[in-house]
Ligand binder design. Structure first.
Ligand SMILES: C[S@@+](CC[C@H](N)C(=O)[O-])C[C@H]1O[C@@H](n2cnc3c(N)ncnc32)[C@H](O)[C@@H]1O
Length: 232
């Protein structure tokens, strides 16, 4: 059969394959996972929990959750991110973290079902057709009752409001690319990546078998979802 599968590495985002960008990524992203950890504690995170961090990047979330759970499987498609992640795991002595170079569409979860799947700012690398398949695959990794926490760039506005909403979003961008994302970078994101609308993503989550327990949006461009996996 002709090969119809997506090349995930080609869609990983050029910057994520650039060692210089990867070295600067954490300062730029300024990501603090404390809120995610709080929410996950409220949804059953314990010392027995198995966590998958999909699109783990340099491992900020992985390193925060590892001391609080049984095991973390940190997955990323970029060999450069994987190298940074492995160094962090070694440096911090995180003996319960497995690092896997793979993606949403290719990771083979051949161990016990996960209790929690977490993914932040990675799903938008995939067009919607693939996003739905990716979410179905995350569903299949989780035990029934398991929790999916998704954070991503998601557009929470109507198509007719795109001009004003995107303009308002860009107006809050930084000017120094070392400490955040500039309007130019956000524009590249809109033009070349696959952020979807909130009103499409919510039904996709439900369709593949999740119940969305909570979702909220910030600046009409960032969505956070806490979902529970229904029984098959
Ligand atoms: C913006 S970074 C976010 C990293 C991390 N989750 C964080 O919040 O700091 C996006 C990550 O998604 C990874 N990625 C891109 N496409 C992917 C795919 N199809 N499967 C898994 N990871 C992917 C990139 O390599 C990159 O590490």
């Amino acid at each position: 059969m002709a090969d119809w599968r997506l090349d995930e590495r080609m869609h990983a985002g050029d910057e994520h394959l650039d060692p210089d960008y990867v070295a600067r990524y954490e300062r730029k992203a300024g990501f603090d996972p404390a809120d995610d950890i709080d929410v996950l504690h409220r949804h059953g995170l314990t010392g027995d929990t198995v966590v998958v961090d999909m699109g783990a990047g340099t491992g900020v979330f992985t390193a925060a959750v590892a001391p609080l759970c049984h095991k973390v499987i940190a997955v990323d498609i970029s060999p450069m991110m994987i190298a940074a992640l492995r160094s962090r795991v070694e440096r911090d002595g995180l003996g319960n973290v497995s690092v896997v170079e793979a993606g949403f569409l290719s990771y083979d979860h051949d161990t016990e079902p996960a209790d929690i799947v977490y993914t932040r700012n990675a799903l938008h690398q995939l067009p919607d057709f693939w996003k739905a398949i990716a979410l179905q695959r995350l569903f299949a990794m989780l035990r029934p009752g398991g929790i999916l926490r998704v954070r991503d760039l998601v557009f929470d506005f109507e198509p007719g409001d795109a001009d004003s909403s995107i303009e308002a979003w860009f107006s809050g961008a930084v000017t120094d690319p070392a400490v955040g994302f500039t309007a130019e970078e956000l524009a590249t994101h809109v033009r070349t990546e696959f952020s979807t609308y909130s009103w499409l993503l919510e039904p996709i989550l439900e369709r593949v078998g999740f119940t969305v327990l909570d979702c909220h949006y910030e600046r009409s461009a960032y969505g956070t979802y806490t979902c529970v996996r229904r029984a098959a």
